[in-house]
Design a protein around this ligand. Structure first.
Ligand SMILES: [Fe+2]
Ligand SMILES: [Fe+2]
Length: 172
């Protein structure tokens, strides 16, 4: 059985993953409105990934006999000054998510809740990748600057992204 504190922490994280999905969907909508549809698609897939993260937590809570009670999802930021600003805000968002998973891992350690510690390890590893991929994208955007043709090419490349259902959600 999960402790009350752990149930609260995981339910809060579940809500935060839905919020992350909302954050990226708002970024997708901004990109699509600006005509950079490849970046828009990339962000929509990011939003799907965050939704999948939420469902991985949802599944784990059920497996640990904790009833899922959904909370209000915070309104995401909708206005950005540039594509660069979108990706910088995304990186900042991911850094915050990494900190919150670190505190869940610390709580699991304090409580000797090894199952949750093990469960959360996937997200700790995932966050390293998420932060690295956003930093990488920002570097690419820095390189192209505001050269229209290069942005056009990068937009086409970003538009190739495909959603992959995480293993934890197969047959769920
Ligand atoms: Fe996530
Ligand atoms: Fe994320």
């Amino acid at each position: 059985m999960l402790s009350t504190a752990m149930q609260a922490a995981l339910l809060k994280q579940l809500n935060h993953e839905f919020f992350s999905s909302y954050v990226y969907l708002a970024m997708a909508a901004w990109c699509e409105d600006k005509g950079v549809r490849g970046f828009g698609r990339w962000m929509r897939i990011q939003a799907q990934e965050e939704m999948a993260h939420a469902m991985i937590i949802y599944r784990y809570l059920g497996d640990r006999d904790c009833r899922v009670i959904l909370d209000t999802i915070q309104k995401p930021e909708a206005d950005f000054g540039s594509i660069m600003e979108v990706f910088r805000a995304a990186l900042e968002h991911e850094r915050q998510v990494s900190r919150s998973f670190a505190s869940i891992a610390a709580l699991a350690q304090d409580e000797r809740d090894f199952a949750t510690g093990n469960f959360v390890q996937f997200f700790i590893d995932e966050q390293v990748e998420e932060e690295a991929s956003f930093r990488d994208l920002i570097d690419q955007l820095k390189l192209v600057g505001d050269h229209g043709h290069a942005i056009f090419m990068l937009d086409r490349e970003f538009g190739q992204r495909q959603f992959v259902l995480p293993a934890q959600l197969q047959n769920f």
